[in-house]
Every structure is written in C-alpha cells, then in structure tokens.
Design a protein around this ligand. Sequence first.
Ligand SMILES: *Cc1c(COP(=O)(O)O)cnc(C)c1O
Length: 385
Amino acid sequence: MIPYARQEIGQDDIDAVDRVLRSDWITQGPLIPKFEKAVAARCGAEHGVAVSSATAALHLVFSALNLGKGDRLWTSPNTFVATANSALYCGAEVDFVDIDPATLNMSVEALAFKLIRAEREGRLPKVVVPVHFGGCSCDMKAIHSLSKQYDFRVVEDAAHAIGGRYCGGEIGSCSYSDATVFSFHPVKMITTGEGGMVVTNNSDLAERINLHRSHGITRDESKMHGDSDGAWYYEQLELGFNYRLTDFQAALGLSQLSRLDQFLAKRLALANRYQSLLKDLPLTSQSIPSCNSSAWHLFVIKLSNTASRREVFDRLRDAGIGVNVHYIPVHLQPFYRAQGFKPGDYPEAERYYSAAITLPLYPALKESEQDYVVRQLVSILGEEK
Ligand SMILES: *Cc1c(COP(=O)(O)O)cnc(C)c1O
C-alpha cells in the first residue's frame, strides 16, 4: 500500500535519539531549549515552547490567553477535531467560519460577515484560529486587521505548515498573530513521534505556557511568593498540566529540522508534478494564492462529479493506494451535532468534503509511485491523457 503520508527517518535521526537514550536525561532536558531556539529561529519568532503534542500546545495557548467559560473561539470547520476540542477543554464555546472553496482556508469574507452580526448580538469571539490547510497560509494580513477592528486574539494552527511562507515571511513568525502552533506527529512535516510547539513574540505568553506545561510549578526564586526553603523547594503558582516533550524527542526534532528544507523541496516538486499530470482530469486542486509558498503537507483533489467520490476512493484503495479524506467538517461530528450544529451550517466546507480525496504525498514518494497513482486515477475517471 502506498500511504497518503509517511515519516522519513534516517540513520542520523536514529543516532541522535540513541545518544540521548544513553545520557542522563530522558525527559525534558538540555535539548528542549535547543530545539525550541532552533524552531523559533527558523520561523523568525522570539520564543518557542516545546510540548507533548499540537493538541497540548493549542490547549496551553488558549488557557494562557485566559480563554474560559463565557468566551467564544472561532475556527475553520475544515480542520482536525483537536483545534475545536482544545477550546472546549478551557470551557469556552466553539463556533466555525466557513471556508473559501478555492484555498480551502477560512474565508475572510465569511469571517468579516460573521463579525458584523456577532458585534450586533454582543457575541464577538475572544480568539480566532485560522488553520493553514495543507501548509498554505490563510490571509493573515486581513485576519490581523479584523482582529484590531474587533479586538480578538489570533492563534495560527500551523500543524500542517512549518516551512511554509506567507508574503515574504516564514509561517510562525507571528507577524499577524499572538502565537502559532506546530505539530510533530509522524504524518506532519517533521516528526518527534508525538510532539508540538508554540512559537510567539509575546514573552509573557511564552512564560505562562512554559509554566503550565509542567504543572504550574516554578523553581525560579524570583517568581516565588515566599522565600525558598532550600535547594529542594518549588512552588506551584497556577494550575498546570504535564505536557512535556522528552529530550530524546527533542533530539529527533532537531535532527529532522535540519532536513526540513530537503523535505519541502521534495514535497513541492511532487505537488507541482501532480498539478501538471492531473490538469486535464475532471477535478481541481487547492489554489495557492500568489503571496504564499505552501509547505505541501497534503495534496487534495476535489472531484467535479461529487457523486463518484465514494467509488473513486474505494477503487484507489483497492489499487493499493492509501488515499484519505481531509477533513470531515468538524461540526458534522456526532459530538458537535449534539451541541447544536447541523448539516448546512457551513455549506462550502460540506461541499468540499463531499468531493475531496487526499492523494499520497511525502518526501520519499517515488515518481514511479506517483505515476501509478495518476494512472489509476485516469483509468477510474475514464479519461485518456
Ligand atoms: C495534526 C493536527 C492537530 C493535532 O496535532 P497533534 O500533534 O496530533 O496533537 C491539530 N490541528 C491540525 C490542523 C492538525 O492537522
């Protein structure tokens, strides 16, 4: 089976993890700050905080922004459930903003329209979370300017997007947001097994996330309420979690990060190749606005004939191609329907979902395998190239 995504682990990665496993530090140790500085430097942000997953990262940023009961968070329905769930962990309400059918990202027009109505009803969001679908940035300048007009915070869910660029800067520079979150799950751009990171230019926010990552405990005397009782002493200042990343995961992350440019180049070449090989078929792919270079985490196609999606999908799977679908609109999940969402709430996300198939794309995908995927698709769609 050719999978839709796959991690790329080399001998250097294995050696880096091996060295840490033989050292004194197994959990959070000296490689964590090194990994944090390397990721922050790579994307041009001032601070990085490494955590156990992007889900943990989202939860920590939202709670550090004091998102809580009575607050609202808006995101895209075309995302993984974790984006919305993390707001519910904080006791906030979740709502969605429909997507642009071309970029598959949150529609700025839909956002602007929804904000006008929310202001009238006194239901403005505290936080808006654009999701950079497939590694292509949302229109951050427009979202940032709306955030100033309506006074909400912006957190970028860049789980797909480390290495992507937007209008001359790296995704993660946080030029138009309060913080950006990355995922290091094996299907994503670089991996630590499980893992994630928050990057931000706000030092107070970084410090709070850092504190909450490890139970809300500090050993820094300058932050303590009282005097230290001795070298063993620590104080719990706030209610935190255990969301730490291990040092051997940070070793893997550093080693992977050193090959990010290589991964990006391969993904871009394969994505360009898909676009040219598929151009005469009755389907479209994600449009990448001119200001962007996508990290190409995903290559999705939208079939012109929605009615055939199920059959096309099944036949590709039968041919040994591990296609997938990203995403089932979050509001259609039974859990979210139970909160009052229903079919028809976000028609563009639903229309896209009904036509979508994710094709295999990862750095080690061979051109011959890609040719096989395209040949199967051509024959299934009954067209001659
Ligand atoms: C993968 C993913 C997450 C969650 O990442 P984990 O590291 O697995 O917790 C969140 N948002 C999006 C858009 C994702 O694709």
